[in-house]
Design a protein around this ligand. Sequence first.
Ligand SMILES: NC(=O)c1ccc[n+]([C@@H]2O[C@H](COP(=O)([O-])OP(=O)(O)OC[C@H]3O[C@@H](n4cnc5c(N)ncnc54)[C@H](OP(=O)(O)O)[C@@H]3O)[C@@H](O)[C@H]2O)c1
Length: 328
Amino acid sequence: MTEHAGASEPLLSGLGIIGLGQMAQALLLPLLEQGDVRPAAVRAVVASPASAEQLQQQLQVAVCAAADGQAAAAWQAPVVLLAVKPQQLAAAVTAAADAAAAVRAAHSRSGASAAASATPPASGSAASAFPGAPSEHGDASPAASSAHGDEFPLLISVLAGVSLARLQASFPGWRVVRAVPNTPCLVRAGITGLAWGEQLSDGQRHCVRQLFGRVGQVLELPEPQLDGLLAVASSGPALMAVVIEALADGGVAAGLPRALAQELALAMTGGTVALLQQKGLHPGQLKDMVSSPAGTTITALRQLERGAVRSALIEAVLAAAERSRALG
Ligand SMILES: NC(=O)c1ccc[n+]([C@@H]2O[C@H](COP(=O)([O-])OP(=O)(O)OC[C@H]3O[C@@H](n4cnc5c(N)ncnc54)[C@H](OP(=O)(O)O)[C@@H]3O)[C@@H](O)[C@H]2O)c1
C-alpha cells in the first residue's frame, strides 16, 4: 500500500485478486483507468484456464487459473481482494494456506544468506509489490507485507454474508475487512458498506476507504447492517433494472418504439432520482405531486397497488438480506 500522494503515485502498490468475476471487474476497471493501481502490479486468479486466458487478454493484467503454480503470487500481494462466490470460500482458504506453505518452503530452500545478498526490487515496481517474504504466523498465514509498513497483509472480502468472525478464523495472520460494494462501482457511482476486522492499522483503514472512495460512496457500518445494505444497494441494481425494463415494456405496449421506450424509462429514472436528491423530497411527496385528482398517474398507481408491487419489492429486499445472512 502507498499513500495516494499524487498522479504518479498509485494508491495500491500491489493488488491480488482471488476471483475476477463481475464484482471484482467492477472494482478493478475504474482503479486501472484512474491509475490507482498499475496493470503490472495486479495478480488475479480465477477458476478456469479458459477464463484466465480471456481475462488476461481483455484486461491486460496477469490472470491465472487456481490450479496454476503462478496462483500463489496473488496471495503475496499487500492487499488481496477476495471476490469468489461464498460457496467457493473453502477452496480459497486452501489456496491461501498452500501459497503460504510454498513461500515458506521457497524461503527455507533459498536460505537467509541468499535472501540477504539478493538485489532488492525498485520501490513501487510490481516485484516489490509481491515480496514473497516468509511468514511467521502459522500454516495458513501469508507473507507479511513489511515492504509497505504493515506487519500483516490485508484481505478485503466482498463475499455476501460471510462474517468477519468466519473470515478471521479462515485467514489467520491476515487483517480482514468485509466490504459490500455494488456493480455501479464500474462507473464510479457505487456504494460500498464496510465493516472492519480486528487490529487493522490506520494505514490499512485509510487505504480501504480510499480504494472504495475512488469508485463511489463509502459507508462504515456495524457488521449486522451489511446484510440489509447488500439487499438494497448490491441486489438493488438488478431490481431497478427489472423495474426499468418493465416500464419500457409498458411504453412498447402503449405503442412506442422499443428504443424510445427504453430511453424514456432511463431518463425518467435518472431525473426522478435527481429531483428527489436535489430537492430533498420524500418519495411519497413526489408521488403526491405527480398525482392529480382522477388523473392518469393515480390511475396507473391504482394498477400498481393491485399488482402488489410495493409488497413484492419489500419482500424481495428482505429475501436478499435473509439469503445473505444464511450464506454467512
Ligand atoms: N455481483 C454483485 O453485484 C456483487 C455485489 C456485492 C458482493 N458480491 C460478491 O462478490 C463475489 C463474487 O460475485 P460475482 O458476481 O463477481 O461472481 P462471478 O462473476 O461468478 O465471479 C466469481 C469469480 O470467482 C472465480 N473463482 C471461482 N472459484 C475460484 C477459486 N477457487 N479460486 C479463484 N477464483 C475462483 C470465478 O472464475 P471462473 O470465471 O473461471 O469460474 C470468477 O472469476 C460473491 O461472493 C458475491 O457475494 C457481488
